[in-house]
Design a binder for this molecule. Structure first.
Ligand SMILES: Cc1ncc(COP(=O)(O)O)c(C=O)c1O
Length: 445
């Protein structure tokens, strides 16, 4: 007989779940629950519709519960539930890798699968360091991230990331990391649509970092083409091109973390395409399956992949991978998602909507406490003035009111509101989104 008394089970007990990146106590006082979704809407357990202005968490780019994706996942579950990705493989993983390689710019043509953006970032960082070692430049181990960067929650990601709260509680992090300055300056850039004119010169800070550490110690620079999670910061015009040029000059790899920007968010399949800059490695996740099944990955240039392909053929070339790398359900979901992006021309759609989107967002200028609005692709960031005694509270209240009073899902990142709907959003829904955001901005004045 067990000596441990069974715990009483309570239906819908909120206690056991420890929510990620969430104010747990506030949430549990007034839970924001969604139980169902279709196209542009979530539905609360009572059936109340909530217009999704965040594409879930920047991921449901094709909209929710799209039939072709649902059907593909269901069918795959009945055919091959799982296949080990180490030493064995299954056909869909190859098919998907080829599709992604064909969509990626330049010679980015080899795909390594994992299950999330955080894993994708760790994978890219590890490939970068191991690549230099494979070429006999084992001193190149230093990683350069950027202030206000978000690269997921793994130790690699928080080390190169630039969000203080994500770093300060977790010890010494990875050694040998330095950071570029972020590119945001409200005085010079406020209320810019698209890429700001000011800030290109900040890429030259990489020269300073190289001078400090010496190029022979630096493996890679990692940036989000457009930092999303720290407030929507479009890159200054020419900034990414200049980073690329400096990396080339010193033999430093350039990693674009396209976990948010990949798969259409900025009106191009990858931000790399929008900027005409080919990085050496791209991390992706989120939009690859439109959020339906966890999946992430890294796309590597041919030269990087090929550098590993040496030594005895029975020996593993890269000691890295995950049990669920290229999971069959994720591959099926991703292939159906890519079909949908292609067939409905969703990426082109996002590009076409960008001017209307930007105009609609800028319509909030002049509302109380609105300090800045930034737009790019189908993304907007709206900075609200913080309450003097409580940084983040106005943003939190706006998000909460949007959900309960306006039937709208937006994200609050401190006092910045982020809006990034599925790419199927209609013009009428764009109007509805910003009208509702306007209501909440006024309500939290
Ligand atoms: C640029 C970027 N990288 C990495 C991540 C981490 O992705 P995940 O939450 O899937 O681990 C995110 C998540 O928002 C992100 O925006």
């Amino acid at each position: 007989m067990s000596r441990v008394a069974p715990k009483p089970l309570q239906p819908n007990d909120l206690e056991a779940l420890w929510l990620p990146f969430t104010a747990n106590r506030a949430f549990k006082q007034r839970p924001r629950l969604v139980a169902r979704a279709k196209d542009m809407h979530y539905f609360s357990p009572e059936g109340r519709p909530i217009l999704d202005a965040t594409a879930g968490l920047w991921c449901c780019n094709a909209g929710h519960n799209r039939e072709p994706i649902v059907a593909a996942i269901q069918a795959q579950a009945g055919v091959l539930d799982y296949a080990p990705p180490f030493q064995f493989a299954h056909p869909l993983a190859f098919q998907l890798a080829s599709r992604i390689a064909a969509l990626a710019p330049g010679d980015l043509d080899h795909v390594f699968f994992c299950n999330s953006g955080s894993e994708a970032v760790d994978t890219a960082l590890k490939i970068a360091i191991a690549y230099h070692a494979a070429r006999g430049e084992g001193t190149r181990t230093r990683l350069i991230g950027r202030e206000r960067g978000y690269h997921g929650a793994g130790f690699g990601g928080i080390s190169v990331g630039g969000i203080v709260a994500n770093r300060r509680y977790f010890g010494s992090l990875l050694a040998g990391v330095d950071h570029l300055p972020h590119t945001y300056n409200r005085e010079k850039q406020a209320f810019t649509k698209g890429e700001p004119e000011w800030g290109t010169h900040l890429a030259d800070e990489l020269e300073r970092i190289v001078a400090l550490h010496d190029a022979s110690t630096i493996a890679a620079v990692i940036v989000e083409p457009m930092p999303g999670a720290t407030g929507v910061l479009p890159p200054p015009k020419g900034y990414l091109e200049r980073l690329r040029a400096i990396c080339n000059k010193y033999g430093i790899l350039l990693i674009f973390d396209e976990v948010i920007t990949g798969f259409g968010r900025l009106g191009y399949m990858f931000a790399a395409e929008r900027y005409g800059v080919v990085p050496d490695l791209v991390s992706f996740a989120k939009g690859i399956t439109s959020g339906t099944v966890p999946m992430g990955g890294v796309i590597a240039r041919k030269t990087i992949h090929d550098a590993f392909m040496k030594g005895p053929e029975h020996v593993i070339e890269l000691f890295h991978g995950y049990t669920y790398s290229g999971h069959p359900l994720a591959c099926a979901a991703a292939l159906a998602t890519l079909d949908l992006y292609r067939d409905e021309r969703l990426v082109e759609r996002a590009r076409g909507l960008e001017p209307k989107w930007a105009d609609a967002a800028m319509g909030l200028k002049g509302l109380p406490n609105v300090l800045d609005i930034r737009t790019i692709g189908l993304v907007a960031g709206i900075d609200l003035a913080s309450r003097p005694d409580a940084v983040g509270k106005r943003g939190y209240e706006a998000m909460e009111r949007a959900f309960f009073d306006e039937g709208l899902m937006i994200r609050a990142m401190g006092d910045t509101l982020a809006v990034a709907p599925p790419l199927i959003v209609s013009e009428a829904e764009i109007g509805e989104i910003f009208e509702k955001v306007g209501h909440v901005v006024k309500a939290v004045a």
